[in-house]
Design a protein around this ligand. Structure first.
Ligand SMILES: *[C@@H]1O[C@H](CO)[C@@H](O)[C@H](O)[C@H]1NC(C)=O
Length: 295
């Protein structure tokens, strides 16, 4: 069985040169891979559990207007203003020490401050990074004001618990504090429930295919317009690099036929071959006679 790799002579114009095609394809692949990579970079306020590939996004807890999350410290006299992935919205004109945009947890305790005459109420800088600690999702707000007369800086920690039964995004609660320097909160919220990360990577591939398809459309439409206008091409010859694509198609077709030929089911019928059944009657007889004579 013989297959010919087609080398049909074709009209040759200088259409889009192969170099142009090559450069366009390279630029497409480069730009899309950069785009996909940017997509995959970690977004602020999210974290992925690398072992389970579960993805957490705390950005629904971010407040950009109105009030912060306000928490009362029960009998301790504290009032806390908490924001997630955004500086607190609370403002106090008398507090000239604090840069509110950088504060994640702001804690006011009138009794304590009357006694110590401290001015800053910053008990933790804003954070954009949820952390995975074992089976807990937490956020640390460290580097607050100096704690009393020590060299230690105040800090707060919020532990998030996935809970879809709470109202809205839930509400943080005060759990404990240590020496009015370290503060611990707990927050039952649906925002702490894991989601599958697939969405993010799917977005990346979606962008890849969108750009690829647009590039193909631009290539063919642009090429056809170019060939029509510049070369007055007609029919199939309008298609940019017609010869190249046609050869590529023929090659692919031949390869598929060769592969299919290995498979008995798809064996092409050998019409016109030296098959007894296809021969004219007398010729068939002659061959059969020849065969008899041999024995
Ligand atoms: C992260 O994955 C580990 C390993 O499967 C698991 O034990 C842990 O509970 C997970 N943590 C969170 C917060 O999902």
């Amino acid at each position: 069985m013989i297959f010919y790799l087609s080398k049909k002579p074709r009209k040759t114009f200088l259409r889009f040169t192969h170099l142009t095609t090559f450069v366009i394809l390279c630029l497409t692949i480069l730009s899309t891979s950069l785009f996909v990579k940017a997509e995959e970079n970690p977004q602020p306020c999210t974290v992925t559990n690398e072992t389970t590939n579960k993805y957490y996004d705390l950005s629904p807890l971010k407040k950009t207007e109105g009030n912060d999350w306000i928490v009362y410290g029960y009998g301790t006299g504290w009032t806390f203003y908490i924001n997630v992935c955004h500086g607190v919205l609370y403002r106090d004109d008398k507090d000239s020490e604090s840069n509110f945009e950088d504060i994640g947890v702001y804690g006011i305790n009138p009794e304590l401050y009357n006694r110590t005459l401290e001015k800053s109420h910053n008990i933790g800088k804003l954070s954009n990074n949820p952390l995975i600690r074992g089976d807990k999702l937490v956020m640390e707000f460290s580097n607050g004001k100096l704690c009393g007369l020590t060299n230690y800086k105040s800090a707060s920690v919020v532990s998030f618990i996935c809970d879809k039964t709470v109202e809205g995004q839930g509400q943080p609660i005060f759990i404990s504090s240590y020496q009015d320097c370290a503060f611990f909160f707990e927050w039952r919220t649906p925002a702490a429930c894991p989601t599958d990360k697939k969405d993010a990577s799917k977005g990346g591939w979606g962008v890849f295919f969108t750009i690829f398809v647009i590039a193909l459309i631009v290539y063919f439409v642009g090429g056809i317009i170019y060939n029509r206008m510049v070369h007055n091409a007609t029919g199939m010859y309008q298609i940019p690099n017609w010869e190249f694509w046609s050869n590529a198609f023929d090659f692919l077709k031949d390869m598929i036929l060769i592969i299919l030929a290995q498979c008995p089911v798809f064996k092409p019928r050998r019409n016109g071959g030296r098959n007894y059944r296809n021969l004219p009657r007398d010729e068939e007889n002659i061959l059969i006679e020849e065969e008899f004579e041999e024995h």
